[in-house]
Design a protein around this ligand. Structure first.
Ligand code: FES
Ligand code: FE2
Length: 323
């Protein structure tokens, strides 16, 4: 995975104050420390004998290793004390760059790395949780529509309704790709509850490297009616998600909010169930190759981006799906 992008690792609200916490930056374990004034990150490795510093303690602005008690300043990362020596030694923890944005903590080994552009405003609905599945599959599930007729039958789209041929266009950008679909009539409860003027919407799916998926719905005036942002991070066998939802349907949005939150939670639950079933079976069959055809572009590009092979694919492609 490229390191030129900041990686989301945890939502700010789930990080406890003054408690060293392990997170993962791609495959590297990182220790995070949140104090009243800032958030600091280092590789989660004590230079003495390699214990995880996240197992240790934080006080007096220093991280203390649980094994032999070495201490490190969280300002500089330098060793400040070795108890058996009653003095310090010259060594330093490896610092990691931290940005706090969009209710998330983002990390990178390079300070000039890019951070995705998301909606800067507080989400109307904010839902967090975790799914026992792999990143590529969660991203694909969020961004592609062909499962919605089955997994969200009646809610997002409907299994037994006649399908429409929808034209789609995928364009790669420097930080991911966007797929713009033709408008389609409302086919599920989620859009059918809206006034008529919002019932024919154009879905746009965006992937931003390395863990962001965005789905927007645009009306005939090219206005954004709804926006769903998923910020995903990897932690051991789980993908932790923060879903940020925005609804631009006027005052109606205010009244619909509790109902909408209920529906989105239900939709996420359905996705979680199917993704965990998929993961269980993938563990039984050690298969890494799937059948992919040209209606399957979203998955194809996600796999390519996640494996740094996106440059091998065309920058623009059009395809049709029957939704
Ligand atoms: S391993 Fe950390 S103090 Fe020895
Ligand atoms: Fe879904």
């Amino acid at each position: 995975m490229s390191s030129n992008y900041y990686t989301p690792v945890i939502s700010v609200k789930s990080l406890l104050l003054n408690k060293p916490t392990r997170v993962w930056l791609n495959d590297i374990p990182i220790v995070l420390i949140k104090t009243q004034s800032k958030i600091t990150a280092f590789e989660d490795f004590c230079p003495h004998r390699g214990l995880a510093l996240s197992e240790g303690f934080f006080y007096d602005n220093q991280l203390h290793c649980k094994y032999h008690g070495w201490s490190f300043s969280i300002g500089s990362g330098e060793n400040t004390f070795v108890p058996v020596k009653n003095n310090k030694v010259s060594c330093k923890l490896k610092p990691i760059h931290v940005i706090e944005k969009y209710e998330q903590i983002w990390l990178s080994t390079q300070p000039e790395a890019l951070i995705p552009e998301l909606n800067p405003n507080k989400a109307h609905i904010y839902i967090t949780g975790k799914i026992n599945a792999e990143m590529t599959h969660v991203l694909e599930n969020f961004l592609e529509g062909s499962h919605t007729h089955y997994v969200h039958n009646g809610l997002v789209r409907t299994k037994n309704k006649k399908r429409n041929e929808i034209n789609a266009k995928l364009i790669q950008t420097t930080s991911g790709f966007t797929v713009t679909y033709q408008s389609e009539p409302a086919k599920g409860l989620l859009t059918q509850i809206l006034p008529k003027k919002y019932r024919s919407l154009k879905p746009v799916s965006t992937y931003l490297h390395s863990g962001v998926a965005i789905l927007t719905y645009i009306n005939h005036e090219q206005k954004e009616v709804a926006r769903f942002e998923a910020i995903l991070s990897n932690k051991e066998e789980y993908i932790h998600y923060s879903a940020r939802v925005y609804m631009h349907i006027g005052p109606l949005g205010f009244f619909l909010k509790p109902f909408a939150r209920f529906l989105f939670k239900r939709i996420i639950e359905q996705d979680k169930n199917i993704l965990e079933l998929q993961q269980q079976n993938l563990r039984l069959f050690n298969v890494k190759k799937f059948v992919t055809d040209d209606t399957d572009m979203v998955g194809k590009y996600i796999y390519a981006w996640q494996n740094a092979k996106n440059h091998e694919l065309p920058n623009e492609v059009t395809f049709n799906v029957y939704w």
